[in-house]
Structure formats: structure tokens, C-alpha cells
Design a protein around this ligand. Structure first.
Ligand code: FEO
Length: 397
């Protein structure tokens, strides 16, 4: 597919791929598609920053060839070994027969597990090390766990340009490469979804990476996914500062699944109690909501009610999946309560209560349980619990 050449600077070109049709990215719902960004620095010793996903390898080489013969590449930088960026490396390294791969030691050992690297020319670089290309310098900066242990940034001081790999990225397919050429609200929404679903478990590592980035003069930040930040980087940096320390908004989520509407009635009563001025409240039916969206909403929620009907002494499968997914993302500094209905055998609310204790959120109260259909008194109790959630949410302002 022909895409207009895009220049980040007069001598640095975007040569990546736009994956318009991907909708599932290892269980992340990419309903706006994705991009795998690769950048070519044209210089005395040309360098390519990151590759693309394996199926796009030919496209990457064709795009490089619009600027230089790929056999002229002196360096290929691998900032991150995950296959959405490293997948095309075998094809690339075979074509770029003069190129030396630049990566850190952890990255090399990871690449060796994925690929036969025996024929590759490789130079292991350390954090802070520089490699000169001619008019440009590459400075490497280890950023472990943003997103994998081997992750690193590459900085070009002459252009005040940071190749930030997954950080500040978004799954957002677009024909326009820059932040100021797209709908900023949509980009920020996708950046939030990306952070929630990919980066959230690594908040401490993100804080360290942000501090390192903040020490650099920056004109442009070029991630490996989505748009390039040249006008609005302060907006995404500010958002990352909040997300990385689990800063919550005055927001309540009521997440549930129901069988014969009893748990649903309880959720509605919780909603009514929580729906006070200054608090955003969302009702989320777990079976009808993607895990990707759920995690995105959890990221900045202050308080959550988690509920399920009891099915064979267990919570509903959708809630089990949701809680497993959320636990893995390790959201912190939240308050929660459990609720649910049962018939002749209990199980769901108790299991959710145990989950709340395991993830170390503030548990606001014992579980609220209804046998079969909730009566008026139980719904009133739910409404009071909703008000407790709202009060907790307001306390974060
Ligand atoms: Fe886009 Fe962690 O790979």
C-alpha cells in the first residue's frame, strides 16, 4: 500500500506500517487498528530505529528503499524485543547485509530466544552509551519494564528527538503521522487504553523512565505505536505522570454480571446511591463489555462495586475473567465492595470479597448478598453502599 513519505525531520523518515485491520492484539481489542513505527535516519552511517511486525517486513524494506538502498544501512537499533517490533528483524538483517544490530544485553538474549541470530553482526550497547552516525548521534537509555525487561529509549540530541518505543504509544491506525494532524481527544483516549492495558503494571518503572525523559531537551517524541508527538507532548506526559502513580478521578464503577436480574437490580440501586454531583458513575455489564474497555475505565476509577450472580457456587465466568485480567494489571489505591445474589448455595459475593482482599484495595464493607430476588430493604442497603462509594470517590479531589 502506498503511503506518502513522512519526514519527522529533514533527514529522519517514518518507514513503519499501518495495520488498519487488526482488531485483536494479544487479547487487546484494537478497534481503531494499530501502527508499527520504524524510523530511518539518513546520514553517513544510516540507521533504522526498530523494525515492525513480521508480516510487514517486505513493506518496511520497500519503504526504506524509497530513501536509501537497505544494503547501505549501517545500524539497526532494537529498542524492544517484543515481536510487534522485532518480528521483521530476520528479514531486515538478511537484506541489510552491512548493518550492525545495536541493542542492550537483555535484548540480545531475548532476541536469541526468538530468532537464529547466529549470522547477525551485533554490538551490545549500555545505557548512556552513544553511537555517532555523522550528523546525528544515537544515545541509548535503558527503561526496564517499559514494557519488557530489555526495553530502552534512543535519543538523538541534535534533533532533541526521543524514540520512546511503547511509551506514549497508542493503537491508532491513521494516515496522518503527527499528533497535531489528528483528533487529539481520540489520540489521548487511545493512549489511555494503551497505558491501562499494556503499561499499568509497571508504574514504578514508568516513573523512572519519565524522570529520565524529563532530563532531556525534547522537541519530538516518536513512539513505536500511533502518532508522533511534536505539538502536544506535554498533554500525554502529564497524563502519564498521573497514571504512573495510580492517581484516581472522582469516578465509581459498578461492574457486574447477572443471571435472572437480581444482581442487576442491586447494581441499579448501587448506581442510584452513587450518582451524586461531582462523581462520574458507570454501570458496566461484564459479559457485554470488552476487557480492554473495562481496564481502561478501571485505570482512573477511585471506587468500584463488583458483583455477580452465583452460578454453581462460583461467580459468573465473565466476572471471573474480568477479575483475573484486572488483577494482572495491578491497579492500586482503590476502594471496593462486593455484592451478588444466590439461590440455595452461596459463592459469588464471597469469592469477590476474597479477591478484593487479595489485591489489597480498601474493602469498604462486608459483601452485600441477596437470596433470589432482592427486597426493598436490600435495595436500600445497596443505595447506601453506593453513597459510600461516591463519598470515597469525592475524597480524591
Ligand atoms: Fe509494542 Fe511491548 O510491544
Amino acid at each position: 500500500m502506498t503511503i506518502m513519505p513522512t519526514f519527522v525531520t529533514p533527514n529522519i523518515a517514518w518507514v513503519g506500517s499501518v495495520d488498519w485491520h487488526v482488531r485483536d492484539f494479544h487479547s487487546y481489542d484494537t478497534f481503531r487498528g494499530a501502527t508499527y513505527n520504524s524510523y530511518l535516519i539518513v546520514d553517513d552511517r544510516p540507521a533504522l530505529i526498530d523494525a515492525v511486525k513480521a508480516p510487514f517486513g517486505r513493506e518496511l524494506l520497500d519503504r526504506v528503499a524509497e530513501h536509501i538502498d537497505p544494503r547501505r544501512l549501517a545500524y539497526v537499533v532494537c529498542n524492544h524485543a517484543e515481536p510487534d517490533h522485532a518480528g521483521a528483524l530476520p528479514e531486515l538483517m538478511a537484506a541489510a547485509e552491512q548493518a550492525t544490530l545495536l541493542c542492550n544485553a537483555k535484548c540480545l538474549s531475548t532476541l536469541q530466544r526468538y530468532f537464529d541470530t547466529g549470522g547477525w553482526r551485533v554490538k551490545v550497547v549500555s545505557s548512556g552509551e552513544e553511537v555517532g552516525l555523522g550528523r546525528h548521534t544515537l544515545r541509548f537509555l535503558d527503561t526496564p519494564m517499559v514494557h519488557w525487561p530489555e526495553s530502552m529509549f534512543t535519543y538523538v540530541p541534535e534533533e532533541q528527538l526521543l524514540f520512546s518505543m511503547d511509551a506514549f504509544g497508542q493503537h491508532y491506525a491513521t494516515s496522518a503521522r503527527f499528533d497535531d494532524e489528528n483528533d487529539l481527544a481520540a489520540i489521548l483516549a487511545e493512549a489511555k487504553a494503551y497505558y491501562a492495558n499494556i503499561v499499568m503494571p509497571y508504574g514504578k518503572a514508568v516513573v523512572a523512565a519519565l524522570d529520565a525523559a524529563a532530563s532531556l531537551p525534547l522537541r519530538t517524541v516518536a513512539p513505536s505505536h500511533g502518532v508522533i508527538w511534536r505539538s502536544h507532548f506535554a498533554r500525554i506526559l502529564e497524563a502519564y505522570r498521573g497514571w504512573s502513580v495510580h492517581r484516581a478521578q472522582p469516578k465509581v464503577l459498578i461492574v457486574f454480571d447477572s443471571m435472572w436480574e437480581s444482581t442487576s437490580m442491586m447494581a441499579d440501586a448501587l448506581y442510584a446511591g452513587a450518582n451524586v454531583e461531582g462523581v462520574e458513575v458507570q454501570l458496566i455489564h461484564a459479559r457485554r463489555t470488552s476487557l480492554t474497555r473495562l481496564a481502561t475505565e478501571v485505570l482512573d476509577a477511585a471506587a468500584l462495586a463488583l458483583g455477580s450472580a452465583t452460578l454453581n457456587r462460583e461467580m459468573m465466568p465473565s466476572m471471573a475473567a474480568a477479575l483475573t485480567y484486572i488483577r494482572g494489571l495491578r491497579p492500586q489505591k482503590k476502594a471496593g465492595l462486593a455484592f451478588g445474589s444466590y439461590g440455595w448455595g452461596r459463592g459469588s459475593a464471597e469469592a469477590i470479597q476474597q479477591w478484593l482482599e487479595e489485591v489489597c484495595w480498601d474493602v469498604l464493607r462486608p459483601p452485600i448478598r441477596s437470596q433470589y430476588k432482592p427486597d426493598r430493604a436490600l435495595l436500600d442497603e445497596c443505595a447506601r453502599a453506593g453513597a459510600e462509594l461516591a463519598a470515597r470517590a469525592l475524597s480524591v479531589r
